[in-house]
Unconditional design. Structure first.
Length: 122
C-alpha cells in the first residue's frame, strides 16, 4: 500500500506541476475566458482515455505504473479527467439517469460549494 501511495504521489506531483505550467502559459486576463483551465481539462480527458485504452490492451503494464499514470499523473493534472471517465462509464453501461444526475449534481453542487466556501470566509 505504501509503495502504491508513493507512485500515485509522484505522478500527482508531476501532473500538478504540468497543470500549473500550462495554466501559466495560457494566463487569462481579468474577465476573460479561462483557456488554460479548459485546455488542461481537455488534455487530461484525452490523456486518461489514451492511457486507459493502452493499459486495458496491454496486460503487461504493472499495477503501480497504471496507478502512477492514471490516478497520479492524470489526477494531479486534472480531476476533470476522472470525472469525465466515470461519466462516460455510466453512459456506456446504460445508466442514463445516473449519467445525467452525476454530471448535473457535480457541476451544480460544485459551483454552489465554491460559493458557500467563499461566503463562509466573508
Amino acid at each position: 500500500m505504501v509503495k502504491e501511495i508513493l507512485y500515485i504521489g509522484a505522478g500527482g506531483f508531476i501532473g500538478s506541476v504540468l497543470r500549473y505550467l500550462i495554466s501559466q502559459l495560457m494566463k487569462q486576463t481579468d474577465g476573460g475566458f479561462p483557456c488554460g483551465t479548459l485546455v488542461v481539462n481537455l488534455l487530461g480527458c484525452l490523456l486518461i482515455g489514451i492511457l486507459g485504452g493502452f493499459i486495458s490492451r496491454n496486460g503487461n503494464i504493472s499495477h503501480n505504473l497504471a496507478l502512477f499514470l492514471t490516478v497520479g499523473l492524470c489526477g494531479g493534472f486534472t480531476t476533470f479527467s476522472t470525472f469525465s471517465k466515470e461519466a462516460l462509464l455510466l453512459l456506456q453501461n446504460g445508466c442514463y439517469l445516473s449519467f445525467i444526475g452525476y454530471i448535473a449534481t457535480s457541476v451544480i453542487l460544485g459551483v454552489l460549494a465554491v460559493a458557500l466556501g467563499l461566503w463562509i470566509i466573508k
